[in-house]
Design a protein around this ligand. Structure first.
Ligand SMILES: Nc1nc2c(c(=O)[nH]1)N[C@H]1C(S)=C(S)[C@@H](COP(=O)(O)OP(=O)(O)OC[C@H]3O[C@@H](n4cnc5c(=O)[nH]c(N)nc54)[C@H](O)[C@@H]3O)O[C@H]1N2
Ligand SMILES: Nc1nc2c(c(=O)[nH]1)N[C@H]1C(S)=C(S)[C@@H](COP(=O)(O)OP(=O)(O)OC[C@H]3O[C@@H](n4cnc5c(=O)[nH]c(N)nc54)[C@H](O)[C@@H]3O)O[C@H]1N2
Ligand SMILES: [Mo]
Length: 703
């Protein structure tokens, strides 16, 4: 979403620089954008389809690859039914216009309940809260960071992440501007992050206890009669229910468990409620945890009861030029929840998907509906889902595994076929997803910088081909529809679909208009849009599903934080990293080893551990050896390991990444730990022990 200018010489990229005239990023750029040139030129990036053979992977033609891919999938469907064919959609799809557009035919063709995506290891609670409160899973309130006076950040590190579900390039500048207007930025995080370092205040919190904190904040607001929902009261149901639900959670009662003093909680509640314009914003830290749905919900509730939803300086809904909310409403995909459950563990469906944490068991467990074939698209679940090692073992049991990906990596090494798409600069660019999540309404389209070679395929071409071939072997209706879908989609292409969406959208734009404005078009600040955009024209603030889950939360107050000697593991994102896949370039990996375990000095000295030592971290599911980094930026009792590393698996073709391998945090995270309400993975607060490994074992034996 950052505007860039790329200097080229023929097919070579000479440099990438920031576009000062981009209305959203205004000259901001992070180092990952410079690395686009590295991805483009990477000799390890796959250019031709690969097929697994007894002696390793061999290159084959596209024609053969498509035939084998489709044959394998239809064979499994014919023998075992539709749900035996699973699909896993990874994060980069959301950045890829073509892949986004061709998901519609692909998912329609597959019609499988065995659908998975990064959603359930990320923002599922955010979407579920939007579905139940506002009536659509994509009606997501965005913090109006540029106009607020009080910015409460819970479980997000936008200085490293560039803002997530709050696309806001140049976060440090925007945070400074809040402070210069006399406003406050408060960060609540078990680590004093890069964001906390520039905030006005930072408070440590025990992992997984944010819902308790937010209930206590609401308790104070109701007790001191600080609620003032203003115009929201006219179309919001359930405000009084919140007062009742929050009553048992006084600051004194939650202080010890959350790690925040009661006085601090009271002050926070008052400053938030009394600020002229305030916004509570939570991301991955409050999403992927045991009470992720409750915490995400309560942050919205806080905005509503203080009148800060749908008003400038609070949280607002974007009105993107290509309105994916209206489009998905039109194709009847506003969202769904718990309309069926996973076969083995009974976790709920959300939006037609099952939680990623059940994929391995659904492959391993025999019976009707067992997964026997898999298509992954832009996904590396071996490194990105809990207990990745178990999933890797399960992948080898599949009868057929097709990976749409341009690297031979930790996940795709298990595939029967790898279909490599073109990379970003060879494709049309428009951010269908991220304009919806941005802090300002803008629109920007970029045509491909380089034409794709005749022997390359775009993601959308690959997905469409798979969809059409799958349909051609299916019901009579689908057999008839297949050539029509192929013709229409090929003729329109992603650009044609986008053009239709832009023309139908609220700003009446078109691709032609955007081509004439290469820096992007500024469509203005976010504006109030409620109650008009609410599906039922009302906000249902206290859904029974959420209220009922508070009993589970209350039990947490009786549980000890962690057994003696056990740490709570959390993750951390790093500026020069992008989940699991941008580690194959010196630009992003040079310098000191970044895959380290952070530990507080008091904890280290209590165990006689010193910085730089390699320590063994062990959870229920596995164990890794990793260098120790001692820092008082991490809360005592908590340790932190970044995710996305662990590239030294055999068969991986990533020369640079393998030399900076690190270990995978998801060799430790536990697929049995989920938010019981929604099934989202709970990455935050995984119980682990830390010792010196073999040396510790020797000492134990001697005793
Ligand atoms: N450079 C870079 N940018 C990225 C990415 C990347 O990998 N690298 N990934 C992108 C993606 S896919 C996403 S989803 C976004 C994520 O964007 P963010 O959510 O902003 O990023 P994280 O660093 O995961 O921030 C989560 C924070 O929650 C804290 N935390 C952990 N557990 C708890 C808890 O129980 N309570 C509270 N209050 N805090 C907790 C962590 O210490 C961490 O600081 O970033 C995107 N941007
Ligand atoms: N422990 C822990 N685990 C986490 C997280 C965490 O904070 N802690 N964060 C979670 C979050 S928020 C997310 S979003 C997930 C991300 O996890 P995934 O969705 O699995 O995504 P990535 O790790 O980014 O892997 C992306 C894959 O897509 C390929 N790829 C890149 N671009 C393209 C493209 O344009 N087309 C195609 N076809 N392929 C492409 C890459 O080669 C790589 O194999 O990880 C989650 N896992
Ligand atoms: Mo994510």
């Amino acid at each position: 979403m950052c505007g860039i200018a790329i200097e080229t010489d023929g097919e070579r990229i000479l440099g990438v620089r920031a576009d000062r005239d981009d209305p959203l990023s205004r000259g901001h750029l992070c180092v990952k954008a410079h690395a686009l040139q590295d991805v483009h030129a990477d000799p390890d990036r796959l250019r031709r389809p690969l097929r697994r053979t007894a002696s390793g992977f061999e290159e084959i033609s596209w024609r053969e690859a498509f035939e084998l891919a489709a044959d394998g999938l239809t064979r499994v469907r014919r023998a075992h039914g539709r749900d035996a064919v699973a699909v896993y959609l990874g994060n980069p799809i959301t950045h890829n216009l073509g892949a986004m557009v061709s998901l519609v035919p692909l998912l329609a063709a597959l019609r499988t309940r065995s659908r998975f995506s990064a959603t359930s290891v990320d923002q599922l609670p955010r979407m579920l809260v939007s579905l139940l409160l506002y009536g659509h899973q994509l009606l997501i309130p965005i913090p109006d960071i540029d106009n607020t006076d009080f910015f409460l950040i819970i479980g997000a590190n936008p200085v490293a992440s560039n803002g997530s579900i709050m696309t806001a390039p140049g976060i440090p500048r925007r945070i400074r501007a809040i402070q210069e207007r006399g406003g406050q930025v408060v960060v609540v995080d078990p680590r004093r992050t890069e964001t906390a370092a520039i905030a006005s205040e930072h408070h440590f919190i025990r992992p997984g206890t944010d819902a308790l904190l937010l209930l206590a904040v609401l308790h104070v607001i109701f007790e001191e009669a600080l609620t003032r929902p203003d115009r929201l009261a006219r179309f919001t149901d359930g405000i009084e229910d919140i007062g009742r639900l929050a009553r048992p959670f006084s600051p004194d009662r939650v202080a010890a468990r959350t790690g925040l003093e009661a006085r601090v909680i009271r002050d926070l509640a008052r400053s938030f409620a009394l600020a002229p314009r305030a916004v509570a914003y939570g991301r991955v830290g409050i999403s992927t945890q045991e009470f992720g749905t409750l915490a995400t919900w309560l942050a919205d509730v806080l905005n509503v009861v203080t009148g800060n939803l749908d008003r400038p300086g609070g949280a607002l809904f974007a009105t993107p030029a290509a309105d994916v909310v209206a489009f998905t409403r039109w194709i009847r995909q506003s969202g769904s929840f718990a309309s069926y459950r996973s076969r083995v563990r009974g976790l709920p469906e959300f939006g037609g998907e099952l939680p990623a944490g059940v994929l391995a068991e659904e492959i391993e467990t025999e019976g009707a509906g067992q997964i026997r074939a898999l298509v992954t698209v832009a996904a590396n679940p071996a490194l990105s889902t809990p207990n990745g090692r178990r999933l890797e073992a399960a992948l080898d049991r599949l009868e057929h595994f097709v990976a749409v990906d341009f690297y031979l990596n930790e996940t795709t090494r298990h595939a029967d076929l790898i279909l490599p798409p073109t990379f970003g600069v060879e494709q049309d660019q428009y951010d269908l997803a991220y304009h919806l999540l941005a802090v300002r309404n803008t629109a920007k389209f970029a045509p491909p910088l380089f034409a794709r070679s005749v022997d390359a395929r775009h993601d959308w071409e690959i997905l469409l081909e798979l969809a059409v071939r799958y349909m051609a072997d299916s019901t009579v209706l689908e057999r008839i529809a297949a050539p029509v879908v192929r013709r229409v989609m090929t003729k329109l292409g992603p650009r044609g679909v986008l053009d239709l969406m832009l023309r139908a959208g609220p700003h009446r734009l078109s691709v032609g208009r955007l081509l004439r404005a290469p820096h992007g078009v500024d469509l203005g600040a976010l504006q109030p849009t409620l109650p008009k955009r609410l599906s039922g024209k009302r906000i249902l603030l206290a859904p029974t599903e959420f209220g009922a889950d508070i009993g589970r939360l209350e039990k947490m107050l009786e549980r000890p934080v962690a057994p003696a000697g056990i740490f709570q593991l959390i993750g951390r994102r790093q500026l020069r990293s992008n989940n699991s896949w941008m580690h194959n370039f010196e630009r992003l990996t040079s310098g000191a080893d970044r895959c380290t375990l952070l530990m507080h000095p008091d904890d280290a000295s209590a165990r006689g551990l010193t910085g730089g030592q390699r320590v063994r971290v062990t959870s229920r599911v596995g164990s890794v050896m990793v260098p120790l980094e001692i820092s008082d930026a991490i809360m005592p009792g908590v340790v932190s390991l970044p995710h996305g590393w662990g590239h030294d698996r055999p068969g991986v073709r990533l020369r640079v990444a393998t030399a900076h391998a690190g270990v995978s945090a998801n060799d430790l995270t536990d697929e049995s730990l989920v938010d019981a309400l929604a099934g989202t993975a709970s990455f935050s607060g995984v119980p682990v022990s830390v010792d010196l490994g073999a040396e510790a074992d020797r000492a134990t034996r001697m005793n």
